[in-house]
Write a protein that binds this ligand. Structure first.
Ligand code: GCW
Length: 671
């Protein structure tokens, strides 16, 4: 008994007796005493029971009463609150007087909205918001807020750095791992409402009856949390599973096969979201195999799911091995002419940049160029090109840089304006993030990677939020409040540091081939030209960079005329994108007062130095961060430090072997 009492005292003094390994993500707040009786529900339902449990679990003692009620509840109607424009999912949270007593009312037009409102209330309180006089209201600007899992049926995850797939196909459909619920809960807390279970490099097997049953179990677990399940569909499945001779989308037998497949899925999953498709890209089958268009393919699938209310998310990430055109141009060349030919329930899913999730790319020129089609940006939350799970890189600034970019197609139109679809009255809108989630105890491979999942969800809800505000929100919910300022200071410049030490000034695709880890700008012997880093940097004795102006590939012509003019001239091209658009002499004089070469060296160095600063900042947090999470991050920062130097030194040595230039004065060569 004494030993137990001792343990309880230790627990009281130091927090939970179990190790803090990050499993609880940003949902760490705990009520001193769970108090369900402080939360009134006027019309009970399964979703409201979840909302109530969330509040009971985390509500601070400062809150005496919360009421969950739909906007059509007569007592809520009586209050005449501004609920009209909340839509299906928007919430309103207000301190009001009900039946003569003060309470925090959480309301909306649906139970799902009230669930989101409950999480918003908890977020408000956990980030230092006052418990009195509360007035919160928000409606998502984007309808489909979706995680794309690149999870394979064998349990591996393509480009996944956080352990094996969460989905245990072996014990599904029978066993409902409680972790599925934890996953859904975390997603609901940030507004994510869809999940694509399997890799876009899809196996037809995922559409067979056993896998449909497994997906149905997951859908059952996720449903109360407002999350729909989608599947990646392999375009040639009618051949592989149906025994047909073709997958030609214009063949009636093919269309009939997909209709009956969709019917079968909807019998098991009545609210199935629909299909995600990667077609005619990196060896995947697609309509181009039959000289049909991407629109033919997408519409055929869209008609199979339309009677059930499903959608098709058709990816624009295409580049063909036989096409000599600049890889950055191919998606636009292929898709822009199809604007207006997609069915209403098709979204075209466009990667944020024209190549492939590089640490920095200009925004994809399709944004703003296909006004008749809902375009859904695809961001990569998993960091295939930014140091995997080990390096610290907060992606909020990468996401917002793209979302805030002016398209130049209409006055003041940003990419975010395009994707919310309002200006063009699209019924559908969406945002996709390639998940960084696996079976690691901390879900994302590191504590700080959780912030990228969090930031994606928050921005999918409101693409106008600021990366800094999101970082702060996350930090306050994830760590002791005393750590927040330093954590935010570490996060904000972290992505730029990765840009600097891997490929500054608009350079891209210089990483180790196939694994996509570490530097390899020298590789030139792979079979396909665009697999080789030398294809992207084009360095020679005179200069470096990819000429995408009219004298080169003319990719700039895919942007709005005002932007194309700016990109045509190196003097008016943003420095951060300079070598993406121009091939310039090493001695070219920049606005910074340095030559191009000296600026490159300077930036590589700055990237390495920024990692050292992060490590020092983290050191100061040792007293306020629990030991397990502190140690893991400290160790990862050491790895990052070593590898940032590796990137800089190997890259500079290679560039010097080409340009024959010395290091700028004052820079000493590495030992
Ligand atoms: O980023 C690249 C990856 C591939 C991926 C592909 C895609 C799923 O290297 O692993 O395949 O893009 O987005 O389809």
């Amino acid at each position: 008994a004494t030993a137990l009492a001792g343990l309880a005292m230790v627990a009281a003094a130091t927090g939970p007796a179990f190790a803090e390994d990050g499993y609880r993500l940003w949902l760490r707040q705990q009520a001193p005493v769970p108090a369900p009786d402080r939360i009134a529900v006027t019309a009970p339902s399964p979703k409201l029971a979840l909302a109530r449990a969330e509040l009971a679990r985390a509500l601070p003692a400062t809150v005496a009463s919360v009421t969950l009620a739909r906007s059509d509840d007569p007592r809520v109607v009586h209050l005449r609150l501004p609920t009209r424009s909340l839509g299906d999912e928007g919430y309103l949270v207000r301190t009001v007087t009900l039946d003569g007593a003060a309470t925090i009312l959480v309301t909306g037009h649906s139970d799902r909205a009230i669930l989101y409102g409950s999480f918003a209330l908890l977020r408000h309180l956990a980030t230092g918001g006052a418990a009195s006089g509360i007035a919160l209201s928000s409606t998502p600007r984007v309808k489909l807020r979706v995680l794309d899992h690149w999870d394979n049926l064998d349990g591996s995850v393509e480009r996944g750095y956080a352990g094996a797939s969460l989905w245990d196909w072996w014990t599904l459909p029978d066993f409902r791992d409680p972790r599925y619920t934890d996953y859904a809960r975390a997603n609901a807390s940030i507004g994510i409402n869809g999940t694509v279970l399997n890799n876009v490099n899809a196996k037809a097997d995922s559409l067979t009856a056993p896998y449909i049953a497994k997906a149905a179990t997951l859908a059952d677990v996720f449903r109360p949390w407002g999350i729909k399940v989608y599947l990646s569909a392999r375009f040639s499945a009618p051949i592989e599973l149906g025994g047909l001779k073709t997958a030609d989308p214009r063949d009636p037998a093919v269309a009939a096969w997909w209709r009956s497949k969709a019917d079968e899925i909807y019998r098991a999953i009545p609210d199935f979201g629909g299909f995600l498709v990667k077609a005619n890209s990196e060896g995947q089958p697609g309509p181009r195999d039959y000289n049909a268009t991407h629109a033919d393919g997408a519409n055929m699938l869209a008609r199979a799911v339309a009677p059930h209310g499903g959608v098709v998310m058709w990816r624009a990430f295409v580049y063909a091995d036989t096409d000599p055109e600049d890889r950055a141009k191919q998606a636009y060349t292929e898709f822009r002419p199809l604007d207006g030919s997609f069915d209403d329930n098709v979204l075209v899913q466009v990667k944020n940049g024209p190549i492939d999730f590089q640490p920095r790319e200009p925004f994809h020129p399709l944004f703003g160029a296909m006004p008749k089609t809902p375009l859904m940006p695809e961001f990569q939350i998993t960091r295939e090109y930014l140091g995997f799970a080990t390096h610290l890189a907060y992606l909020g600034p990468l996401f917002t840089e793209v979302l805030d970019a002016q398209t130049g197609r209409r006055p003041d139109q940003t990419v975010a304006d395009v994707i919310d679809g309002r200006a063009d009255h699209h019924a559908l809108s969406g945002m996709a993030g390639v998940a960084n989630i696996g079976r690691d105890r901390d879900w994302s491979g590191s504590t700080f990677n959780q912030a990228n999942w969090y930031a994606f969800g928050r921005l999918a809800w409101d693409p106008g939020l600021s990366a800094r505000d999101i970082a702060r929100e996350w930090a306050l919910q994830t760590f002791d409040a005393r750590a927040a300022d330093t954590v935010v200071a570490m996060m904000m410049p972290s992505r730029e540091a990765v840009v600097d030490y891997t490929g500054p000034l608009g350079l891209a695709h210089l990483m180790g081939t196939s694994a996509h880890y570490g530097p390899a700008p020298w590789v030139s012997d792979l079979q396909r030209p665009e697999w080789n880093p030398v294809y992207y940097h084009r360095a020679d004795r005179q200069g470096i960079g990819f000429d995408r102006t009219a004298s080169g590939s003319d990719a700039i012509a895919q942007y709005a005329p005002s932007l194309a003019r700016r990109y045509a001239d190196p003097q008016t091209t943003p420095l951060d994108e300079l070598l993406w658009f121009h091939h310039l002499p090493w001695t070219y004089a920049l606005s910074t007062g340095r030559t191009l070469w000296d600026e490159m060296v300077h930036r590589y160095d700055a990237g390495v130095a920024a990692v050292a600063v992060m490590a020092r900042e983290w050191d100061t947090l040792k007293p306020v961060v629990d030991a397990e999470r502190w140690q893991k991050t400290a160790t990862f920062l050491q790895i990052q430090q070593r590898e940032a130097q590796w990137w800089r030194d190997a890259s500079l040595a290679y560039w010097m072997s080409i340009n024959g230039l010395p290091l700028p004065v004052g820079v000493t060569p590495p030992a």
